[in-house]
Design a protein around this ligand. Structure first.
Ligand code: AMP
Length: 247
């Protein structure tokens, strides 16, 4: 199974990613953890990444793609992966699509965990109170939520248009979120063996992103992502075209 988790900070993607990976028997690949590993290893690259993370800014796409690619390649050769926190930008999404194409695999679903900003903020502040991460301060949390809304939010319509978005309410007990995700995926797998096919078939009737989505995420900022020409991204040696949305 190949899934990705798209979620604002505090929505529980780390927890759900681990559970989902154990459930599906595939590797959990957490972009933030991988980047923190590079920081811990030291050196100039680690210092550069640490500075972005401390501010709550996104690490530049090429650094993230370089860190993630070998891990994704390895996981794809061993049955699949849960990508947690990657992609977070449109160029990263295009890079992920290209990588999957080159590996001859395809993404089954993009799971979008949504919850109101106040809930997310409270959770992160509570985590900070329990000795959580250095980027769990009120100012940095506010900034991370804004970065999600502005930069990662557009990936919601991006995956919905490709017929693979599964939106799940993350403002409920953690076990209920897990159960909802598993029920949705099981339903899809049981029906056709491929969640992607069912989601694609339903794309025309897919509900709009629920109103509880962080208010700053535009409901449908799709103009630049929808029916237009295929997006092109240039990152180092890759220039990719992704197929236009089928739904
Ligand atoms: P997370 O552990 O997912 O909350 O990520 C923590 C921080 O790592 C983020 O605030 C970013 O600075 C960085 N980061 C994680 N994933 C990405 C990504 N896909 N692209 C850019 N920066 C990322």
């Amino acid at each position: 199974m190949k899934l990705l988790l798209l979620a604002p900070p505090g929505a529980g993607k780390g927890t759900q990613g681990e559970r989902l990976a154990a459930w599906a028997g595939v590797r959990h690949i957490a972009a933030g953890d991988l980047l923190r590993d590079v920081v811990r290893a030291g050196g100039p690259l680690g210092a550069q990444i640490a500075a972005y993370q401390a501010r709550g800014d996104l690490v530049p796409d090429q650094i993230v793609i370089d860190a993630l690619t070998p891990v994704v390649v390895e996981a794809a050769a061993h049955g699949g992966y849960i990508l947690d926190g990657f992609p977070r930008t449109l160029p990263q999404a295009i890079a992920a699509a290209d990588l999957a194409l080159r590996l001859g695999v395809r993404l089954d679903a993009a799971i979008y965990l949504y919850a109101p900003d106040e809930v997310l903020t409270q959770r992160l502040l509570a985590r900070a109170g329990q000795g959580g991460r250095s980027d769990d301060t009120a100012d940095v949390i506010r900034h991370r939520l804004r970065v999600f809304a502005e930069t990662t939010g557009p990936l919601v319509p991006y995956y919905r248009e490709r017929g693979i978005l599964v939106a799940v309410d993350a403002d409920q007990p953690v076990d209920s979120v897990t159960a909802d995700i598993q029920a949705r995926l099981t339903e899809l797998l049981t029906i056709t063996g491929s969640p992607r096919d069912v989601l694609a078939a339903r794309a025309g009737q897919a509900p709009a992103v629920p109103p509880a989505v962080p208010s700053a995420v535009p409901e449908c900022p799709d103009k630049s992502f929808s029916a237009g020409p295929p997006e092109r991204a240039t990152i180092r040696r890759w220039t990719w075209m992704v197929p236009p949305a089928s739904g």
